[in-house]
Design a protein around this ligand. Structure first.
Ligand SMILES: C[S@@+](CC[C@H](N)C(=O)[O-])C[C@H]1O[C@@H](n2cnc3c(N)ncnc32)[C@H](O)[C@@H]1O
Length: 471
């Protein structure tokens, strides 16, 4: 039933039944019309404000709750709902996993049209908080104000903030006092820097007008509780930079490496910047399985160290290695998977388009005395050719771990030409993985699948598939 109120269209009694792409809730009204709804969870019954139609489905916003889902839990975070980082913290973790599982089952049955009996239940995380090894905080001269603050106090003086950018309002930052995604020291370091900055009257960055002294803090930690900090400043004021960094070093002995960057560009990206080493070690060390990694300020690294090991173990098991295999690792990043498997194979060949990541892969191969791994920089589409396979030998196993968009169809065509007996497809987007499987089915059967939860409280899902060449 719907009732009109001015120009608003309110749809009543929408039952929320599942989760759609990007974590939106899926609901149906009493006539079976489907809505993608923000801020609701499966099990809720809601009245919604109908918004525009996108790709044939109406979007909606919760107007009021008729009934709350029994699967709701009290979010642990004081910033929940404002920060936007952990969208599902108010949903029981077991139920989050069920929905992630269902997302994989749906993609594989509807898009890939495979028998879903080969899909094992999702591997959940033991550590559902403090699982990230990297967090970026931003300074802004404009704090994000909640609707409640604006309503209760009328006009509020603009104040600065240190925390996370609010989605959709790039110049505003939610002031974070406690984040649960990284070890708690992240909060002590960030809050200390904020207090020190305020005592010394340092200015926070103004993203609209491009000025201000303090811009970003990148905090990385390893499982042994050692830390790397990269502080980014918008102005080259060395006296003040040293004053702040010295205070941070004095206060936090767990900081193993400290860098700073003076970024006077308009954007926050540090990939074209030169981090200046200020204190301690040049690298943070981390171990995945038996492999040691040196992580520099700009290195790419799996963000959840604990679940990365689980993921790589599944890849290794699916690859059924005997020590004789020639393995290709497509989209290798810093070679994490390639190096993890190197001890169990004859040769591993990694391909990755980011030059700095390949530099790290080579440094890490050397650090671990791995001599049977070679790495190439470039687009997989251009590097993986018939000639490349002639040079390196046909693969016995191909591991592929593309970004969310999945693989280009030319790469899939090349994989079909190469006819590797096994293909292990790691994906962070089951929908594009299922689309790619449709093409791969020409020569491959899907034998096993294992979803893994790398990011509790978010909608992200990792899924590993084993495909075997048809006989
Ligand atoms: C999901 S990550 C995989 C990372 C790696 N397997 C790991 O476990 O750390 C995808 C990687 O593919 C790279 N990439 C994206 N498109 C690419 C392309 N067309 N050719 C080569 N590399 C690409 C990205 O830079 C990124 O490092």
């Amino acid at each position: 039933m719907s009732r009109r109120k001015k120009k608003e269209i309110i749809i009543e009694n929408v039952k929320i039944t599942g989760i759609a792409d990007k974590g939106k809730a899926v609901g149906r009204d009493e006539d079976g019309v489907v809505y993608f709804v923000s801020d609701a969870v499966p099990g809720d019954v809601v009245n919604i404000l109908r918004l525009k139609k996108r790709k044939g489905v109406y979007l909606g916003m919760v107007k009021d709750f008729v009934r709350y889902s029994p699967d709701r839990v009290k979010p642990v975070c004081e910033h929940f709902g404002v920060c936007g980082g952990c969208k599902w913290q108010h949903l029981d973790y077991a139920v989050q996993l069920q929905h992630k599982n269902q997302t994989v089952l749906d993609a594989m049955s509807r898009i890939a049209k495979i028998d879903t009996d080969c899909i094992s239940p999702i591997k959940g995380a033991d550590k559902i908080y403090q699982y990230r090894n990297k967090i970026e905080y931003s300074f802004s001269n404009k704090r994000w104000l909640t609707n409640e603050e604006i309503k209760s106090a009328g006009k509020i003086e603009q104040s600065p903030a240190l925390g996370f950018h609010r989605a959709g309002a790039f110049e505003k930052v939610v002031d974070i006092m406690k984040c649960h995604l990284q070890d708690d020291l992240t909060n002590d370091i960030r809050n200390f820097i904020r207090d020190f900055a305020d005592e010394n009257r340092y200015t926070y960055y103004d993203t609209l007008n491009h000025h201000g002294f303090l811009r970003n803090i990148f905090l990385r930690n390893n499982v042994n509780d050692n830390w790397m900090i990269t502080m980014v400043f918008g102005e080259k004021n060395l006296k003040e930079i040293h004053h702040l960094l010295d205070a941070v070093v004095d206060r936090f002995p767990r900081i193993e490496a400290l860098y700073y960057i003076v970024n006077t560009k308009k954007n926050d990206s540090i990939f074209d910047q030169n981090p200046i080493h200020y204190h301690g070690e040049k690298y943070l060390k981390e171990t995945l399985g038996a492999v040691n990694y040196k992580i520099s300020p700009k290195s790419f690294f799996q963000t959840n160290t604990y679940q990365a090991v689980e993921l790589f173990d599944i890849v290794e098991k699916y690859a059924s290695l005997t020590g004789k295999e020639n393995v290709y690792d497509l989209y290798t990043g810093i070679g994490s998977i390639a190096l993890y498997l190197a001890k169990s194979v004859k040769q591993v060949v990694g391909i990755e388009e980011i030059e700095d990541a390949i530099k790290d892969a080579k440094i890490n191969a050397e650090l671990n005395n791995i001599n049977n791994a070679v790495f190439y920089v470039g687009d997989v589409k251009n590097i993986l050719t018939t000639e490349f396979a002639e040079k390196h030998g046909k693969p016995d196993v191909v591991i592929t771990d593309p970004p969310r968009a999945g693989m280009h169809k030319d790469i899939i065509a090349m994989l079909l030409e190469l006819e590797s007996p096994s293909l292990v497809y790691v994906s962070c987007n089951p929908a594009t993985q299922a689309r790619d499987i449709v093409l791969l089915k020409e020569k491959y059967d899907v034998v096993k699948m294992q979803p893994v939860d790398m990011f509790p409280h978010t909608h992200h899902i990792e899924n590993v598939a084993l495909l075997k060449l048809k006989s």
